[in-house]
Write a protein that binds this ligand. Structure first.
Ligand code: NDP
Ligand SMILES: O=C(O)C1=N[C@H](C(=O)O)C[C@H](O)C1
Length: 265
């Protein structure tokens, strides 16, 4: 039995993870961690998500105990603290937090010398298949091709473009042999020229309760291919993260992603 500890347990993803850890076979919820200042400390998780394990109450994120793996879907500052806790306690970790900086990625690389980590900007099967499909599309049209990525999320989302949109762009750039940072265009209003073909343009929508939608456009003269993924429930990501947590059992230290978990490489 894999005992799961969830950081940010009162967040949108945290609540979905409490439920996913409870219902998924071969796992059980071992800890539901919130900040030490949280008013939820000591309250049974079942009172906040009725599908979550009745035996667990929210506890302080600084005292992880009786768990085999930790999961973090919070914000970059939270992820940094939680990563240190995982290393200090020699526990494997699954990370879904997006909006990470280059320095954060260096922290992950360093921590992965000591513990096994899965980091993915999207834990759905569909998006991870899409990361492969866009590489085929990007390379089969030839050079006369315009590539754009559109993403839409709920009104609460902070980072933009989404981690998934960036992962799609990076996958395309890798297939084309481009440096992603050089070809990414985030704000066309700042570009005083027509679109060049060595470009990946990003556009973003925020509104309502959209769980997460991504489209990669491949447009050439006379035709256009649109590859779209739509998530309709956060349980998709939560169940994917639990799958990653199970996969991590007995893995050596290292930095893995969801394509490793799904054997898509
Ligand atoms: N990889 C993937 O498949 C997915 C990734 N995500 C990513 O997961 C993250 C969380 O999303 P979501 O659940 O919607 O966000 P929420 O805002 O609903 O939840 C954020 C959680 O993080 C906690 N938190 C924030 N800052 C800190 C901190 N400094 N220390 C400790 N805890 C902190 C919050 O606690 P408090 O309430 O106390 O502020 C809250 O519990 C985002 O980065 C999002 O992009 C989301 C879905 C899928
Ligand atoms: O914040 C979200 O909600 C999501 N974030 C991830 C991202 O930034 O790509 C994954 C998913 O799309 C939902």
């Amino acid at each position: 039995m894999n005992r799961i500890g969830v950081f940010g347990a009162n967040g949108r993803m945290g609540l979905a993870l409490l439920e996913a850890a409870t219902i998924k076979e071969q796992t059980q919820l071992g800890g539901a961690y919130v900040r030490s200042s949280s008013s939820l400390l000591g309250i049974n998780v079942n009172q906040v998500n009725s599908a979550a394990d009745k035996a667990i109450s929210f506890s302080d994120e600084n005292n992880v105990a009786d768990v085999d793996v930790l999961i973090d879907f919070t914000l970059p500052a939270g992820m940094r603290n939680h990563l240190k806790t995982a290393v200090d306690n020699k526990l494997p970790m699954v990370i879904g937090t997006t909006g990470l900086t280059t320095d954060d990625m260096a922290l992950l690389q360093n921590a992965a010398k000591h513990i096994p980590i899965v980091f993915a900007r999207n834990y759905s099967v569909g998006v991870n298949v899409l990361l492969n499909l866009v590489q085929t599309a990007a390379t089969k049209f030839g050079d006369d091709l315009d590539i754009e990525i559109f993403e839409a999320h709920h009104r609460h989302k902070i980072d933009a473009p989404s981690g998934t949109a960036l992962a799609i762009g990076e996958s395309i750039a890798q297939a084309k042999g481009w440096d992603h940072d050089e070809v990414a265009v985030y704000d066309r209003s700042q570009v005083e020229s027509a679109k060049s073909q060595n470009e990946i343009g990003y556009s973003v929508l925020r509104g309502g309760d959209i769980v997460g939608e991504h489209t990669a456009y491949f447009a050439t003269m006379g035709e256009r291919l649109e590859l779209t993924h739509k998530a309709s429930s956060r349980m998709t990501f939560a169940l994917g993260a639990i799958r990653a947590a199970q996969w991590l059992q007995n893995k050596p230290a290292g930095l893995y992603d969801m394509q490793d978990v799904l054997d898509l490489k």
